[in-house]
Design a protein around this ligand. Structure first.
Ligand SMILES: *Cc1c(COP(=O)(O)O)cnc(C)c1O
Length: 792
C-alpha cells in the first residue's frame, strides 16, 4: 500500500492510492510511478488515454481514494480478533505506545504504529501491518478537527482505549477543551475497557457525559476508589494499589510528563495481563523514546543520519526511505545492529532487511552483533562487514575507512551506537541552532490552508532561509513541491543548485555582475528598473539566450524597488515586446503593511495600483504572466488577494507577523553551561564591572556572545535564557564569545543545556526586548553557529 510516490520500494507489489489532499494530488504521480514499474492504482479519475499511455496498468476508480484506503484497512482489521489498544490524547501518545511496546515485548508479538503514524492516512497504513503472528496491536489515533475520530475508530476498532493527557494542541479547531475531549473519547465507544486519568476534571466530566458501558480503568493520585490508585510518587519510585493489592515499581525518568505516561502504561499493561512482578521488573528498563531522525555533518566528508528510534523493520524502512530521498551523490552505507523483532526468524528477518536495503540504494553494509554476524550470508550486498560489537568496529579499518559516505546509523540501544556517532561527528562549537524540518512543513501547510489548491507558492529562503540554513530548508520545500524558491542574491542560488536543488529559483536582488552566473545555473532574476532590464537583455544576447524568464516588480507604495505602475508601464511593455532575450514569467508587488489592520486602506490602494499595472502588462502578451502580491501576513489577512501565486516568508519559520504568535517552532538556539562560579555579593561580573549583584550568586558562563548573534543589548538583565526550564537572566555585558547568566536559584551543573530561544522561549521575547522584529534576531545568528537539522 503506497500513498507517497517518493517512498516507492517494491513496484511490482505496490497498490498506489492517488490521494487528494489540501496541498497535493496523488494523480499527478501516476506517470512517474508507472515508469518505475507500478501497475496497480486506486484513483478518483482514470487518466486520459490510459490504454495507450499505461497499457499494463489496472485502475480501480472509487469516489474517494482516502475513504477506500480506510475501508480496506478496516476490512483487514476485521480479520483479527486480538486485543487492540487504541491511544489518543493531546500529548504522550507516542510515548505511551512505545513504552507499552517495551513492556509487552518480552512476552508478546506486537504490531504498533511506526513512529507517530496517527493521522487519517497514517492509521490505515499502521493497521495494515497486522499479520497472522500478531498477538497485540497498539495504535495511535491523532485528530486535529471535529469529526475525524469516528473514521479512525472504525479502522482501529480498539478493544482497550487509552486517553493520555489533554492539552492545548489543535485547540484552534475546537470551540472548547470539552468539545475536543468528547471528540477524542469517540475512540472509546465500543471498547471493553478504557484507561484515563480521573484527576482531570474535564476528562471526568466528559466521561460521565458519554455514558460509557465498558470497564472504566481510571488512575488517580487522590481518589482511593480509582481502579489504579497511585498512593505515592517519590522521585521515580511509584507505589500503587491495583485490585486491592499494594505494589510498587521504579522508573528511569523524573519529569512529570514521563511519570504520567508511565502510570498510564502500567494500568494498561496490568489490564493486558502483566503481573505486578512483571511491572517491577520491566519498568526500570524502559528506554527514552527518540523520535528524531538527525542529520549531522560527519568527519571526512560523511553525512550521518542517526536514528535511535526502536530498532525494528518498520522503522528501518522509514529511515532508509528518509535517506533515499536525499539528493547528495554519496555512497550509501547502512550500519545496523541486531534487531529485536517479534514474530520472525532471524533468517527471514535479515533476508527482509537485505531486500529493503538493496531497494533503497544501500551499497555498503556494516552489521554489528552476534545475530547479524551469524546471518551474514543473508545480506545480499557485496560490500559488507560484520563485527561482534561497537568496540570491535571502532578499532577496525572499516571505521577509519569511512569517507564521503552518507551513513545511516540504526542501532538498538544496548549496542551503544552513540559511541560511533560521537567519534564520527564533526566536533563543533557547543552552540547550535536546531532546526525542525517537520515544523517547516507544518507551517507551510498552515498557510496553504488559506490558499486555493491551484494557487502557486513561492517560499522565501533569502538570508540563508531567515537564518535556518537555505540548503536543508530548500530540500524539504522541494520535497513538498513548492513552485518557486526565492533567494536574495545569485550566489545563494548557486549554493542551492550545487546542493542538488532542481526547483525553480527566483533571485530577488540580482547583481549586474552576476547575469552570466544566473544563466549558467538556471536562476530567474527579478527585474525592477530599466537600467537592470537593459543590462540583462544585453548580457542574454551576448550568450545567445532567448526567452529567459524574469519577474517584474512593480512599486505600489513601498518606494524601494520597482517600476511605477502609473508612469512606466507603456515604456516597459514597449521594451519587453521589442526583444526576445527575456520574457516576463511573473509580475508582482509587495505590501508595506499587511501585518497590521492600521494599513488596510493603504493595502487596498496598493492592490488597486497593482491590478492596474499588472493587467496592462498581461494585456500586451499572449502567454499567462503569473501575478502575485501576498506575503505571509497577506496570505492570512487578504486570502482574496492571493491571485496566481503567494510569497511565504516569516510564516514558514513559524512566526505569524500579524500578532507575533508562534505557529510551529522551527529554530531553537541552544548552548551549554561551560563553567559555574560562586560569586559573593560584594563582587561584580564581566567587563566594566557592569554586572552588579544584590546577593551572593551563582553565575554560569555560556559559549555564546554577540559574535554569534546574541545581541549585546540583551545583557545587564534586559533578557533571559532558559536553564532546565527556568529563567536565567544575562548578568553584566554580553562578551564577544561568552555570556554570563544568573543561575542562583536554578538547580543545574556544568554541561547542562541552555535555550537562548526556541521551543520554550519564543524568539519574539528577544525581539520585543530589542524593540525590533523577529526577522532581525533570526537572520542575525552568525555562520559559525552550527545548524543541526532534525525530522520527527
Ligand atoms: C521577504 C519578502 C517576502 C516575504 O515576507 P514575509 O513577511 O517574511 O512573509 C515577500 N516578498 C518579498 C518581495 C520579499 O522580499
Amino acid at each position: 500500500m503506497l500513498t507517497d510516490s517518493r517512498s516507492l520500494c517494491f513496484p511490482e507489489e505496490t497498490l498506489f492510492f492517488a490521494l487528494k489532499t489540501q496541498r497535493n494530488d496523488g494523480h499527478r504521480y501516476i506517470q512517474d510511478l508507472y515508469n518505475r514499474g507500478v501497475r496497480q492504482f486506486v484513483v478518483e479519475q482514470v487518466p486520459e488515454a490510459y490504454e495507450t499511455l499505461y497499457p499494463q496498468a489496472n485502475f480501480l476508480r472509487v469516489p474517494h481514494t482516502l475513504a477506500a484506503l480506510q475501508r480496506l484497512a478496516e476490512r483487514h482489521r476485521d480479520e483479527f480478533s486480538l486485543p487492540i489498544v487504541g491511544i489518543t490524547g493531546s500529548n504522550g501518545k507516542t510515548m505511551v505506545k512505545e513504552w507499552l511496546y517495551q513492556l509487552l515485548l518480552p512476552s508478546q508479538r506486537i504490531v504498533r504504529s511506526p513512529r507517530s503514524y496517527n493521522s487519517q492516512i497514517g492509521v490505515p497504513l499502521s493497521v495494515w501491518l497486522l499479520n497472522e503472528q500478531t498477538e497485540v496491536g497498539i495504535f495511535e489515533a491523532g485528530i486535529s478537527q471535529p469529526g475525524e475520530m469516528m473514521a479512525l475508530r472504525d479502522i482501529i476498532q480498539p478493544t482497550i482505549g487509552v486517553l493520555t493527557s489533554l492539552g492545548a494542541a489543535h485547540q484552534e479547531n475546537f470551540r472548547s477543551m470539552e468539545e475536543k475531549c468528547m471528540e477524542k473519547l469517540e475512540l472509546m465507544h465500543d471498547t471493553e475497557a478504557m484507561v484515563y486519568c480521573s484527576d482531570n476534571d474535564i476528562v471526568s466530566r466528559c466521561i460521565r457525559r458519554m455514558n460509557y458501558k465498558g470497564e472504566k480503568i481510571s488512575w488517580s493520585t487522590c481518589d482511593q476508589q480509582a481502579a489504579f490508585y497511585v498512593k505515592s510518587v517519590e522521585n521515580s519510585h511509584i507505589t500503587y494499589i491495583w485490585k486491592e493489592e499494594e505494589n510498587c515499581f521504579d522508573i528511569p525518568f523524573i519529569d512529570e510528563a514521563s511519570i504520567e505516561d508511565c502510570i498510564t502504561c502500567a494500568a494498561v499493561a496490568l489490564r493486558l495481563g502483566l503481573t505486578p512482578g512483571d511491572l517491577a521488573d520491566r519498568m526500570p528498563k524502559l528506554e527514552p523514546v527518540a523520535m528524531r531522525l538527525e542529520v549531522k555533518e560527519g568527519q571526512r566528508g560523511c553525512i550521518l543520519i542517526n536514528d535511535s528510534y526502536n530498532s525494528d523493520i518498520n522503522s528501518l524502512d522509514i529511515a532508509l526511505d528518509f535517506m533515499n530521498r536525499r539528493e547528495e551523490l554519496k555512497k550509501r552505507t547502512l550500519i545496523l545492529s541486531d534487531m529485536f523483532q517479534s514474530g520472525l526468524s532471524p533468517e527471514k528477518l535479515y533476508a527482509q532487511v537485505s531486500e529493503l536495503a538493496v531497494k533503497r540504494g544501500i551499497t555498503k553494509f556494516i552489521g554489528i552483533g552476534a545475530q547479524l554476524t551469524a546471518q551474514a550470508d543473508k545480506i545480499q550486498i557485496a560490500d559488507k562487514q560484520f563485527f561482534a560489537d561497537v568496540n570491535h568496529f571502532l578499532g577496525s579499518d572499516a571505521f577509519t575507512g569511512l569517507r564521503n559516505e552518507m551513513i545511516l546509523l540504526k542501532g538498538a540501544r544496548p549496542f551503544g551506537f552513540d559511541q560511533i556517532t560521537e567519534q564520527l561527528e564533526q566536533k563543533v562549537h557547543e552552540t547550535i541552532l536546531e532546526v525542525n524540518l517537520n515544523a517547516v512543513v507544518e507551517n507551510l501547510n498552515y498557510y496553504r490552508s488559506f490558499m486555493k489548491p491551484e494557487t502557486k507558492m513561492v517560499c522565501m529562503i533569502k538570508a540563508d532561509a531567515y537564518g535556518a540554513g537555505a540548503v536543508e530548508i530548500a530540500k524539504t520545500l522541494q520535497d513538498h513541491r513548492v513552485d518557486y524558491l526565492a533567494v536574495a542574491v545569485a550566489d545563494e542560488g548557486v549554493t542551492l543548485r550545487k546542493a542538488g536543488i532542481t526547483a525553480n529559483i527566483m533571485i530577488m536582488n540580482p547583481e549586474m555582475t552576476a547575469f552570466k552566473t544566473m544563466f549558467d545555473y538556471d536562476l530567474e532574476p527579478e527585474v525592477y528598473s530599466f537600467r537592470l532590464l537593459d543590462a540583462l537583455i544585453k548580457a542574454a544576447r551576448k550568450e545567445g539566450i532567448t526567452g529567459w524568464p524574469v519577474h517584474i516588480k512593480l512599486d505600489t507604495g513601498m518606494h524601494r524597488l520597482g517600476f511605477d505602475p502609473e508612469q512606466d508601464m507603456d515604456e516597459l511593455i514597449d521594451r519587453l515586446t521589442h526583444q526576445q532575450a527575456v520574457i516576463p514569467r511573473s509580475v508582482f508587488s509587495h505590501f508595506v503593511g499587511s501585518d497590521s489592520d492600521d494599513f488596510d486602506n493603504f493595502s487596498t490602494l496598493q492592490f488597486k495600483r497593482f491590478e492596474m499595472g499588472s493587467q496592462k502588462l498581461q494585456a500586451a502578451f499572449s502567454h499567462k504572466i503569473l501575478r502575485h502580491i501576498d506575503n505571509s501576513a497577506g496570505i492570512e489577512h487578504f486570502p482574496d488577494r492571493q491571485l496566481d501565486m503567494c510569497r511565504l516568508g516569516l510564516g514558514l519559520y513559524g512566526i505569524d507577523s500579524r500578532d507575533n504568535r508562534i505557529l510551529h517552532t522551527v529554530s531553537t538556539l541552544k548552548t551549554t553551561i561551560l563553567q559555574m562560579h560562586q560569586v559573593p555579593k560584594s563582587e561584580t561580573v564581566g567587563y566594566s564591572r557592569k554586572g552588579k549583584l544584590t546577593r551572593d550568586s551563582v553565575i554560569a558562563a555560556i559559549p555564546i556572545g554577540y559574535a554569534d548573534g546574541l545581541n549585546r543589548r540583551l545583557g545587564n538583565r534586559h533578557c533571559y535564557c532558559l536553564v532546565n526550564g527556568q529563567k536565567a537572566e544575562y548578568v553584566g555585558n554580553i562578551c564577544m564569545d561568552v555570556a554570563l547568566i544568573d543561575v542562583t536559584d536554578i538547580p543545574c551543573q556544568e554541561g547542562d543545556q541552555v535555550e537562548i530561544f526556541g521551543e520554550h522561549l519564543p524568539v519574539t521575547v528577544l525581539s520585543d526586548v530589542l524593540e525590533t522584529i523577529p526577522y532581525e534576531v533570526l537572520t542575525g545568528i552568525s555562520n559559525r553557529v552550527k545548524r543541526v537539522y532534525f525530522q520527527d
